[in-house]
Design a protein around this ligand. Structure first.
Ligand code: PLP
Length: 362
């Protein structure tokens, strides 16, 4: 059994993908070919946002967003300690100070109630991460940002396709970023990412920054990155996006089946009323994680831990002076969470095996 079965999806759309790849090989515009802008407009339509800008990966997407908002030395950015390293990495790389707010232990997302007390005169932005595929409390976060004149960047690397009361992830914040890393809900066959905004001026600078700060050919109006989305990856994503809405529904079915069997027996990630998760991960909590993982392995079931070490405990952040920070709820989560096999094409028989093993091994 695989943790995420990417082959199952490929087999179901193989001829369409190969046709798209062939199209690119035939026209030969490997960099910023027509598939890139075709994908960008399809992404905008799907998300319900004015501008989508492809880029090289989800990490660059964050760096470009920070750069477009002019965030750097002397600025503070409020974010969660419980996320993939890239969120903290890009903030620190931009030269800004990362200010943590602890998580809601039921959703593992930043606790919006803890944000306001962290705001200082230097605060410039809030970066909520939509962890495991569920958006943070974006309404509350946007309200706080508005009140204190701050920007919001949604790190939606795990939540493309998620919703709050029908509004999609990547459509609410000033800038949203996502990743098309193969294992993400919408993944390509290599690295890829995208940036979203409703603001025309921001869209223009984001598009420039991702291509060497170029406003037109050989005219560089800012310092940027070489962070374009490959035409081949855009072509692949166009086919994958066409089956994505169906896959989001299949993800709900798989997650609901887990939920039915675990209810009252295991702490699972709480999906809030009116929220729709895309279940980038299906994550539960166990007490003796090491032995649980070992027993699952003996039963032939792969698991993964997202994430065993919160950002502030990472060696580099200790070195950067974040050593004394106390984030008790992120710490507890990092010791207990474990993710189970989860993908849209999971068969009932496989899922039954996972459920049986989990209930036996907890
Ligand atoms: C995967 C991920 C990223 C980085 O995306 P890449 O495409 O791998 O660079 C950033 N933030 C979060 C929360 C992620 O899960």
């Amino acid at each position: 059994m695989q943790f995420i079965d990417l082959q199952a999806q490929y087999k179901s759309i193989e001829s369409k993908i190969l046709k798209r790849i062939n199209g690119v090989l035939n026209h030969g515009q490997y960099i910023m070919g027509p598939e890139v802008s075709e994908l960008e407009s399809e992404l905008s339509e799907y998300v319900g946002v004015k501008h989508s800008i492809g880029c090289a990966n989800g990490t660059d997407a964050l760096s470009i967003a920070l750069k477009a908002l002019n965030i750097g030395e002397g600025d503070e950015v409020i974010s969660t300690p419980f996320t993939f390293f890239a969120t903290g990495e890009t903030i620190a790389m931009a030269g800004a100070k990362l200010v943590f707010a602890d998580i809601d232990p039921n959703t593992y997302n930043i606790n919006a109630e803890l944000i306001e007390e962290k705001i200082t005169a230097k605060t410039k932005a809030i970066i909520p991460v939509s962890l495991y595929g569920q958006m943070s409390d974006m309404d509350k976060i946007m309200e706080i940002a508005k009140k204190h004149n701050l920007y919001v960047i949604e790190d939606a690397a795990q939540s493309f396709g998620a919703e709050i009361q029908g509004r999609k992830s990547c459509s609410i914040a000033d800038i949203s970023t996502t990743s098309f890393f193969p294992a993400k809900p919408l993944g390509c066959y290599g690295d890829g990412g995208a940036i979203f905004t409703n603001n025309d001026d921001l869209a223009k600078s984001i598009a420039e920054i991702r291509n060497h700060g170029q406003s037109k050919r050989y005219t560089h109006t800012s310092l940027g990155y070489n962070s374009r989305l490959d035409t081949l990856q855009a072509a692949i994503l166009l086919e994958k996006l066409s089956v994505f809405p169906k896959e989001v529904e299949l993800r709900q079915t798989v997650a609901m089946r887990y939920e039915e069997h675990f209810k009252g027996k295991i702490k699972t990630t709480r999906i809030k009323e009116g929220y729709k998760s895309v279940f980038a991960q299906y994550t539960i909590e166990v007490e003796n994680r090491d032995s649980f993982i070992e027993k699952m392995k003996q039963d032939g079931i792969p698991t993964a831990v997202h994430y065993p070490v919160p950002i502030h405990h990472q060696p580099i952040f200790q070195k950067l002076g974040y050593g004394k920070i106390d984030m008790p709820l992120a710490d507890i989560a990092s010791q207990k969470v474990v993710s189970l096999p989860m993908h849209p094409y999971m068969e009932n028989a496989d899922q039954d095996k996972v459920i049986k093993a989990v209930l036996k091994n907890i």
